[in-house]
Design a protein around this ligand. Structure first.
Ligand code: MD3
Ligand code: FE
Length: 216
């Protein structure tokens, strides 16, 4: 093997800083993609992706489900975390070890030691589905970071400011990319545009995003 081959091998790039306390780890999830995808399949068999309704009465275009001790839900009464899946009344499926391990390693690489997620919100975006600018503020502890894992088709992520009107930075996220947000960036407005580019060889015409959180 030549020196050039060594440099061209799939060594993951180091963390790329996109905010005071926010980092992209390109391709960080690729080494465990099979384990992640089988875990997603097992979770959706027990807690299917569904289109929830916002307090304003609109169905979300992304379909969602959860795993872990707590799961995020929305209905006409508001946004909240629950221990039980409101559709079926069973606890959310347990957090797979591969999710927790990846989230912990990614958080550590971004400078957040000892991250222990108790909730994983899973969003599935079909063609045309998107998520408009919002803040994540239903969690108890804003000191813990959020780790996001992108799977399937690519999508443009919008990374705004602390007030809705601030101009958003755009970042194209691909299969296997992991992003970590904490500290000063934890309450920034953010959103995601519809999947773009080619269908993914493993997931087809959709993008799935895992967001690992400490909710309770
Ligand atoms: C930036 N999901 O589920 S994850 C969400 O791609 C959500 O499914 C998007 O926003 C998706 O709430 C983006 C990335 C993310 C999550 C939390 C953040 C970015 C964040 C919190 C603060 C700043
Ligand atoms: Fe969010």
């Amino acid at each position: 093997m030549s020196t050039l081959d060594l440099f061209q091998s799939a060594a993951p790039a180091g963390p790329e800083r996109i905010g005071p306390c926010a980092y992209v780890l390109r391709g960080c999830a690729l080494s465990c993609e099979q384990a992640l995808l089988s875990a997603v399949a097992a979770i959706e068999a027990r807690a299917p992706f569904r289109h929830m309704v916002t307090p304003g009465g609109y169905a979300m275009s992304a379909a969602l489900t959860n795993c872990g001790a707590l799961g995020w839900t929305t209905d006409r009464r508001g946004y909240r975390y629950t221990a039980v899946d409101p559709q079926g009344g069973q606890p959310w499926p347990a957090m797979p070890a591969v999710f927790a391990r990846l989230a912990r390693a990614a958080a550590a690489a971004a400078g957040f030691a000892d991250f222990e997620p108790d909730a994983c919100l899973m969003n599935r975006y079909a063609l045309g589905a998107r998520m408009s600018l919002h803040q994540d503020k239903n969690e108890q502890d804003f000191d813990a970071p959020i780790v996001s894992v992108s799977l399937g088709m690519s999508a443009t992520f919008l990374f705004g400011g602390l007030d809705r009107s601030a101009k958003a930075m755009r970042l194209l996220l691909h299969h296997g990319d992991v992003v970590v947000w904490g500290g000063a960036d934890r309450l920034r407005y953010h959103g995601v545009l519809a999947p773009e580019g080619a269908p993914h060889p493993l997931l087809g015409d959709c993008r799935i995003n895992l967001t690992l959180r400490k909710a309770g």
